[in-house]
Design a protein around this ligand. Structure first.
Ligand code: SF4
Length: 212
């Protein structure tokens, strides 16, 4: 059902088509399993040969694809998925490849890769396919970094999703971890890391000068 709705959505959305590539922007995606939803910057559909059945330990790439190589487990673990999907209004099979745009440069840590992998896992659930890789495009360096959705990244993504839900149910957020990265963060107006530091400093000073 979810896959059917998704296909309709792709059909209605403005899309850019070349011979072996379709680009769709701003797709709304979600995963009931991860409890996540959002919107993609760009999903590329690369023309593929007859889809392969992916099982644990295989990539979803077929011959002729600009493959992101590497061993990985399909999603959900152990379930067999096709490596490419059919799309409405076009012939053939298409491999799903999410692309996320970032204004800055690659960050230390895996945050961008986890975000992209979460998108891939949403797309897998909605399209009932296997997504083996995607790409991060960094505006500052004009570099496109290909990312393989291997089992380690998938596990990290699941753990992050679980931690987010635990944080939401606990009703508290961790304190801001202010640093140079904040200058490029889209959440800075909500997070206000510098103000938090001022508040923390004030609490500290108040405690020092309190009567007890
Ligand atoms: S502004 Fe807040 S959320 Fe963004 S990087 Fe800084 S501490 Fe993290």
């Amino acid at each position: 059902m979810q896959g059917h709705l998704f296909h309709e959505k792709v059909h209605k959305m403005e899309r850019e088509k070349r011979r072996d590539l379709i680009r769709v922007r701003g797709l709304r995606i979600s995963s009931a399993r991860l409890g996540l939803s959002g919107q993609t910057d760009l999903v590329e559909f690369h023309r593929a040969e007859i889809p392969r059945i992916c099982t644990s330990g295989q990539t979803g790439s077929s011959s002729g694809d600009s493959a992101v190589e590497g061993k990985e487990k399909s999603y959900p673990r152990g379930l067999r998925q096709l490596s490419a999907v059919k799309l409405p209004g076009v012939t053939g099979f298409w491999r799903v490849f999410p692309v996320e745009y970032k204004r800055g440069r690659p960050k230390r840590g895996n945050a961008d890769k986890v975000q992209l992998c979460a998108q891939a896992m949403c797309l897998e659930e909605m399209l009932e396919t296997h997504v083996s890789g995607g790409a991060l495009f960094y505006g500052a360096s004009h570099r496109r970094l290909e990312v393989a959705f291997d089992s380690a990244l998938r596990t990290e993504t699941e753990n992050v999703a679980r931690a987010i839900h635990q944080m939401v149910s606990s009703g508290s957020t961790p304190p801001p971890d202010a640093g140079p990265k904040c200058r490029r963060c889209s959440l800075i107006d909500l997070c206000m890391p510098q103000q938090f530091d001022h508040r923390r400093r004030k609490i500290y000073i108040d405690r020092i000068f309190s009567d007890d």
